[in-house]
Design a protein around this ligand. Structure first.
Ligand code: FES
Length: 149
């Protein structure tokens, strides 16, 4: 014969176990959903300016991706503003964006995010905020990005 108290203990243990499984399952669903909508943040920008090369190295309508601290930066020579630079890290889910010379847009291949090359604003897609702009200075014909004003 089974002890009735042992049954209660077993039932209580099974309740706790099923609650644990439910909590883990909920976390597995809710965690990625929160991460999907949580904008990524660029960190560790270098405090010193980074050299991109000579002004003539990037013809109008062309772009160059350069290392900028831990992350790459996209430097574009636009007809409207001349040389501009943005963090190449998408503000949606931190994929790396690239310049498309045919469409004249900055594109994120991960979820079809499109950014304006003139000001880094979002044209379409899921990115929640514009690309982070990086200060550009020209010193003796050389392009420098970042650094203090
Ligand atoms: S990471 Fe989703 S659009 Fe760029």
């Amino acid at each position: 014969m089974t002890d009735p108290e042992a049954k209660v203990h077993r039932r209580g243990f099974l309740k706790i176990l099923s609650s644990l499984f439910a909590a883990v399952g909920l976390g597995a669903i809710v965690g990625p959903a929160i991460a999907f909508f949580w904008p990524s943040k660029l960190e560790e920008m270098p405090s010193e300016p980074v050299s991109v090369g000579s002004e003539g190295a990037i013809p109008q309508g062309a772009a160059k991706t350069v290392r900028f601290g831990r992350y790459p930066a996209l430097v574009i020579n636009t007809p409207e503003r001349g040389i501009v630079a943005y963090s190449a890290v998408c503000t949606h889910f931190a994929c790396l964006v690239k310049w498309n010379p045919e469409s004249k847009m900055i594109e994120c291949p991960c979820h079809e995010g499109y950014f304006n090359a003139v000001d880094g604003s979002v044209i379409s897609g899921p990115p929640p905020t514009p690309l982070e702009e990086i200060r550009v200075t020209i010193v003796d014909g050389n392009i420098l990005i970042g650094g203090e004003a």
